[in-house]
Write a protein that binds this ligand. Sequence first.
Ligand SMILES: [Zn+2]
Length: 89
Amino acid sequence: MVFRQCAGCKINDDRNNLIRITFAKIKGQIVINKADRFIFGRSLYLCKDIKCRRLFANPKKMKHYFASRQKIAVGEINLDDNIIEEIIK
Ligand SMILES: [Zn+2]
């Protein structure tokens, strides 16, 4: 098992139990990274707790998270509304 940490509550869990959100740098796009379509890039993990998901179900917060880690401008990051919807559904 590969353990990753939830960006909300900081709990460590099996990567497969967490939702993985990746910044695909080449496309400049934030995507939900499913195991069947693995995408390279810096990732953020969230557990199944709706409180953690709601924390990041905010386009501004999500863009800032990746912008600061990639050391790029927020304006260089694209995020579709359906990504936010998928995180909190
Ligand atoms: Zn959590």
